[in-house]
Design a protein around this ligand. Structure first.
Ligand SMILES: [Fe+2]
Length: 399
């Protein structure tokens, strides 16, 4: 059945073979007609109601906005030339408040360019009045525009879904990386324990200097990004000793010059062992330089002052402190104050003066707490699983 409407549409002009429109479908559409001429509103509403559209009417932009606020509307059909708020102004407001709203504009037959301009500004179609054509043409325009909106919504939903998938997979990847990091930490923990077990007279040494170095680095401040490297360098500093023969490593008496030369190779050996592991590359530099001294008297390269990586300069103080405050087969552990004096005297000679100053500012209670903790762990010969996890957290947080 054909009904008469005051409008024909641009889309129908372009495509007379438009897909058939379901009248049943139309019954669910709610349309707001905006026109300052009451006769146009009435005729349009009557005609559209005959094909099943549910219509509201408004005499101007302000009333239209109020109806949109208070009613559920699928589409707006608005005149462009109205007193007060123009159709273009209403279009801009509706698009801003209801970006998914279908908006058709109505133009005079001699003002088609305005209709095109309206489409450029977001209108979904334009209708030309007052030609008399099939009302289904209006319905076709509406349903087509709604179809486009639905597709846009589906694309938006799909994009949102993709973002959720990406976010989920990124989370899974991060968790996988965390697990890998934990695996690294466990492996390094075992390596450090193996070093200490090999060199039994210094049991717990790697762990203590690891913790001492972290404590000094924390007190220095601004080293958060290097904390992990400093910690790993301290932890693995003597890994090269795994290659030193027992007869030399465990010799109870003084070493001969030749034996000492072999022993001193552990810095280079440790560096060579670790340098090829990307995430330990910086730690390898600390391992290489952990016996260097501020005045150039260290080995293997005789580096001076700032030539030595900061992590190795920190380690040097931590190492001396641990050596002096630990029992040795040939002497008892020295008290903290004695080791403090040695480090104070050695500032600017063996030890970096700034590192030494920071070390001396840390209380005995702090060092005592670390020693108590490591002493408890030594009872198990090497670190427990919970200890490993605590270390991992400490390194990650830089605490
Ligand atoms: Fe060493």
């Amino acid at each position: 059945m054909n009904h008469i409407t005051p409008y024909k549409t641009r889309l129908t002009e372009q495509n007379q073979s438009a897909e058939p429109i379901s009248i049943a479908h139309a019954s669910s559409l709610r349309v707001l007609i905006v026109d300052d001429e009451v006769s146009v509103r009435k005729v349009t509403a009557t005609v559209l109601a005959q094909i099943g559209l549910s219509c509201e009417t408004a005499a101007g932009g302000d009333e239209a906005l109020h109806i949109l606020e208070t009613h559920s509307i699928d589409a707006v059909i608005s005149d462009l030339r109205m007193p007060g708020m123009s159709g273009m102004e209403l279009l801009a407001k509706v698009k801003q408040i209801y970006p998914r709203m279908v908006f058709l504009v109505v133009t005079a037959v001699d003002d088609v360019r305005v209709g095109i301009q309206a489409m450029r500004q977001g209108a979904d179609d334009y209708l030309v009045k007052p030609l008399q054509v099939d009302a289904n043409i209006v319905l076709a325009s509406l349903t087509r525009a709604l179809h486009v909106k639905r597709l846009e919504q589906e694309v938006e939903n799909y994009r949102h879904h993709l973002e959720e998938i990406v976010a989920e997979q990124t989370g899974q990847l991060r968790e996988a990386l965390r697990q890998i990091e934990r695996s690294y930490d466990h492996t390094l923990e075992v390596l450090g324990a193996a070093i200490d077990l090999r060199d039994s007279p210094t049991a717990g040494h790697s762990r203590r200097v690891f913790l001492y170095s972290i404590e000094i680095a924390k007190a220095m401040g601004g080293l958060e990004s290097q904390m992990r490297n400093i910690a790993m360098g301290a932890w693995l500093h003597d890994i090269g000793k795994l290659a030193i023969p027992d007869a030399i490593l465990l010799k109870p008496g003084p070493l001969t010059d030749e034996e000492r030369a072999i022993m001193q190779r552990h810095a280079q050996i440790g560096y060579d062992l670790v340098k090829g592991i990307p995430f330990l590359a910086d730690a390898a530099e600390i391992i290489f330089a952990h016996h260097e001294r501020c005045d150039g008297s260290g080995y293997p390269r005789g580096l001076k002052a700032q030539e030595t990586p900061l992590g190795a300069r920190i380690f040097a103080v931590a190492d001396t402190f641990d050596a002096m405050t630990s029992d040795r087969p040939y002497r008892r552990a020295l008290p903290f104050h004695a080791s403090r004096e040695v480090i104070e005297r050695g500032a600017g000679k063996q030890y970096d003066p700034q590192v030494a100053r920071i070390f001396l500012s840390i209380s005995d209670e702090t060092w005592e707490a670390i020693r108590r903790e490591t002493a408890a762990i030594q009872a198990f010969a090497f670190a427990t699983a919970s200890d490993i996890q605590a270390l991992g957290k400490m390194v990650k947080s830089g605490s």
